[in-house]
Write a protein that binds this ligand. Sequence first.
Ligand code: DOR
Ligand code: ZN
Length: 440
Amino acid sequence: MTHYPSTGRQYLPAAGSLRIDNVRPYGEGEPVSVLVEDGTITQLGKVSAAADTVIDGGGNVLLPGLVDMHVHLREPGREDTETIESGSRAAAKGGFTAVYTMANTSPVTDQPIIAESVWAKSQALGLCDVHPVGSITKGLEGKTLTEFGMMARSDAKVRMFSDDGKCVQDPQLMRRALEYAKGLDVLLAQHAEDHRMTDGACAHEGATAAKLGLRGWPRVAEESIVIRDALLARDYGNRVHICHASTTGTVELLKWAKDQGIPLTAEVTPHHLMLTDDKLVTYDGVFRVNPPLREEHDTLALRQALLDGVIDCVSTDHAPHGAEDKCVEFENAKPGMLGLESSLAVVAKIFVESGLADWRFVARVMSEKPAEITRTPDHGRPIAVGEPANLTIVDPKHAWTSDSAKLESKSENNPYEGEEFSAHVTHTFLRGNLTYKLEK
Ligand code: DOR
Ligand code: ZN
């Protein structure tokens, strides 16, 4: 047993030793070797030591294992669409070593026992650390706060609370949640949507929705909650994390809040970085998502905000849904898209292949920052001697075409079907254990 003191948890690391040859940490410099013993990096550089297992990294990019602070693995309740196991396999294939699964399960994760069962299952599987997110309100009903303390102190050590899927609409309840969270140093993540403005809405309020006859979700429904929560964070002194930022206005408000020193953080999804509401013209339910796909200027503002650090990180909001909920009239389709198996390729395409940023940036926004915001100390760590071997190897030039039939996820609501990408994960390691390998 290795005990990483930072978490207080015990993990079973890989028994024995592993040598990964011919990899370039952060895509920089000449290829090196990494020696991993009992789940920890013990040598880095020119390594001559023998090892039980030797893997040739093919000269590819070595990154810290990716961390996704926003997924929906649907267990308990909708195991027909995703389970901890299928979601963990999808995560490992996407290069992730830790994910946070949202509380809008059935039953809702509003008690320690549900959180503990999610965590225990993920640890028994050993494919990815699946951290349960607790709900802010009982049953996601927006009325009564859950017992943050009991969930935080449970074996699941819940460190993030969110009613994601729904917004905590009542400002007084959000204020009380902030005060409660502050004492425990847990994070509140807000799904920013004033539901009074989005009743019946299924698309971004704009020219496309008007043309298609779809009811619109205005930007202000998101932005009004972002500014409200920024002011609550300022006055009641605790962190708030904004889920899936989607508008140019949200970017402006985040910048304002950060300039004031307000402890607000934010994420953006790969689909809001890549896709716009033009996709809706076929009325394909796969493109229904909350918040909705917006317009080009929003996409460009979100990209720039991520580059500038105004938005802290990328989260997939991986939201599996079955065909019965997606292959229906657009307004009846459930909102949500898959993301775990494509996010690295999407981010690489937009930022690395375009020359806007490098692999250090990818490591920052997809691993280090989300680990920092969630205080997940064993992940998002530097690639260095003494650190846990949570690692991902990426081939930046492995041409592939997105194909829903080849996904590890149990669902097929993949918005990138037929899209061509270059970057692909070749190996993922969780504490030195191989959790994914690309079959050539
Ligand atoms: O599109 C979405 N799907 N947005 C959310 O906030 C919830 C999610 C889901 O659970 O399907
Ligand atoms: Zn979500």
